[in-house]
Design a protein around this ligand. Sequence first.
Ligand SMILES: *[C@@H]1O[C@H](CO)[C@@H](O)[C@H](O)[C@H]1NC(C)=O
Ligand SMILES: *[C@@H]1O[C@H](CO)[C@@H](O)[C@H](O)[C@H]1NC(C)=O
Ligand SMILES: *[C@@H]1O[C@H](CO)[C@@H](O)[C@H](O)[C@H]1NC(C)=O
Length: 399
Amino acid sequence: MYLSLLLLQFTTVLALSGVAVGQNLTVDADWRKPTTSLSQSSRISIAQNAINALVPQLDSTTGEFNGIGYWQSGNAYSAMALLDQVTHSTTNKAVVVGNLKKVFGLRKNFDKFGFNDDAMWWATAAYYAYRAYGDTTLLADAVATWNAVTPYVMTASQAQSGKSPVKNFPLAGSCDGFTMAGGVFWRPTTDDKSINSITTGLYVTLSAYLAEVTGDAKYTNAAILSANWIKNHNINSGHIVLDSESGADCSRSSASWIFTYNSGKFIEGLAILYDHTKDPQWNQLMLDIVAAAVKNKSWQGTNGIITEGGSTSKNDDGVGFKAVFIRGLLQAYRKRAGDNASLAKLLRSYIDVQYNALLDLASAGNDYSAKWVGPAPASFNSWGQLAALDVLVAAVGVN
Ligand SMILES: *[C@@H]1O[C@H](CO)[C@@H](O)[C@H](O)[C@H]1NC(C)=O
Ligand SMILES: *[C@@H]1O[C@H](CO)[C@@H](O)[C@H](O)[C@H]1NC(C)=O
Ligand SMILES: *[C@@H]1O[C@H](CO)[C@@H](O)[C@H](O)[C@H]1NC(C)=O
């Protein structure tokens, strides 16, 4: 604990100095197959065939897929909508729009179990679907969810008074010398104290997207406040986004508890936020995190292939994490590739490494293993398929 706090203070000092350090965006020479020669039409077919293999697992009563969790089902729709958005098609429109509306009708503001992050996975899928198909009901569902989550964002005045109307404990209004304003509570439950990077990162990203659509400054301001929370509290000196911190006593998750999606979701949010603010600190922070996350050996081998969440025997959250990470990199590519050729090449290469691993080592026909280093799956499973979708879609978007 003591060591990690020291580390944290060191990190925030670095972050606040605002010095634009040139990040190392060089592609690692040890990465396996960082390019693809497949045509655009082949890559689109491969992605769509993988979607088509998952769709029979859809439970038409719940709008969820057999074999994966509620939050992961929301993410499957994100991948489908993004493929259509990238290719300007409506191939998946009926299944995406119909089921997102069904689930919004079944689960108030997309919350099934009392988790703000769950609600925002689905709201973000609704936003992507709105962008792909122009369905304004889905945009309204995303806005309703944003409104439902917003009371769980610690405001500056709540941080000052140490009180929140939705929590039954005294707040830690500042930790390590920084206000806790902008942190988003993981759960709406009155006694749940956890604030985490994924819930806050989802809120940054959804706010930035809603700012993009509406031009309303309240969304931009919300995105900035919450981006500052992650920047000040939850990035280590190695530029990796950490997991969680208590909104009651500043205690935090273990420094070794690091997952790709915390970095990936924040990368996505920063890529969009920079558009609205033109504040170079958000672009610099995004570059810092990208440069660190695509090379960190905690979740990939020297060949660059992601190893997180590779269970072939059962679903786990980790398979969903790496999918979210790759989706964040795709969205960063789509927004920021034009700014910097080195960044574009790094993102494309890293995504193509995962793509070639899936195609060469971890697939059987249109079925994919959760273990991207292989071997090929013995038979179809929904979690391996879900994890692959974002890579297959990203390979359409970046090549
Ligand atoms: C791209 O970003 C890197 C890292 O910040 C920087 O060193 C490089 O000069 C940038 N290149 C261009 C063309 O802007
Ligand atoms: C930059 O990254 C490349 C590829 O990972 C590595 O080989 C190189 O040593 C790094 N350069 C510096 C100055 O760290
Ligand atoms: C990966 O990130 C963790 C957390 O920042 C850090 O401790 C470790 O040194 C990093 N490893 C590599 C090889 O980059």
